[in-house]
Design a protein around this ligand. Structure first.
Ligand code: THU
Length: 253
């Protein structure tokens, strides 16, 4: 079963967005009921804002309301920064099984189906509908440090959407915001044509994406429509260019 998990991680690396390092990276998580999910590395032109494969994978699980991770496999031998990540997640203490696999307690008896990353948009779709989905995603936020839930939904070509929520980490610097969590889900699914982003942040009446998310939005969704919901209707519309004028593109890299 763990060999199979490793193969899933290795195959998922095809979807990694790593134009700057040229080193694809992915992870696969096995849940307690045998279901599994993969997440990929999403690089940023600014380098430091990279979404590591494990962060993507854990935030996809967390947004799906699944914190019962039984094992994770990486697409290659674990690096020190990946071990440091695994030391502070909701999955508990990792036990290293081999160079690329870690377990967290009891394994399921069999491996079953893949957890879907995408869902279909409702037939009648509007900013209100997008916001409603983002609010649903916010309900899954893993926020033991802040108590501040944020939810995000990104729509993609083909009437699909991806959800994200913020997931905090014992090491604050390894926390991921809802917007980048949704971007990680879309990229992990191989979705590159991203149309719109809906963000909900009910505890801040004037909440907007943080600087790191603005950079990733500018890079991965430069033409998207953005809707921000703070609980006061109607949601406010903006654009990536308005949020981050003169964004760094990495063109000269
Ligand atoms: N957060 C987001 O999810 N998105 C943002 O754009 C701003 C901040 C999260 C991160 C952290 O879990 C909490 O809100 C406090 O910053």
């Amino acid at each position: 079963m763990l060999n199979q998990l490793r193969e899933h991680a290795q195959r998922a690396a095809d979807h990694a967005f790593t134009p700057f390092s040229g080193e694809p990276r992915a992870a696969a998580a096995l849940l307690s009921d045998g279901r599994w999910v993969c997440g990929v590395r999403v690089e940023s032109a600014s380098y430091s804002l990279v979404i590591p494969a494990l962060t993507a994978t854990f935030s996809i699980c967390s947004t799906a309301g699944r914190r019962d991770i039984a094992a994770v496999a990486l697409s290659g031998p674990a690096r020190p920064y990946e071990k440091a990540f695994l030391a502070g997640t909701f999955a508990g203490s990792p036990v290293q099984h081999s160079s690329d696999i870690f377990t967290f307690g009891q394994l399921p008896s069999t491996m079953t189906s893949r957890l879907p990353l995408r869902a279909s948009c409702p037939d009648v779709f509007s900013a209100e509908a997008g916001v409603a989905l983002a609010r649903k995603a916010a309900a899954s936020a893993y926020i033991p440090l802040s108590g501040f839930p944020v939810g995000c939904v990104i729509t993609a070509a083909g009437g699909l959407f991806y959800s994200g929520s913020n997931m905090e980490h014992a090491d604050w610097a390894r926390t991921i915001c809802a917007e980048r969590s949704a971007i990680a889900a879309a990229v992990s699914d191989g979705a590159y044509e991203l149309d719109a982003l809906y963000l909900t942040c009910l505890k801040d009446p004037i909440g907007t994406p943080c600087g790191a998310c603005r950079q990733l939005i500018a890079e991965r969704l430069p033409d998207a429509e953005i809707w921000m919901d703070r609980g006061i209707r109607p949601p406010e519309r903006t654009t990536p260019a308005a949020l981050l004028p003169g964004a760094f593109t990495g063109r000269g890299l």
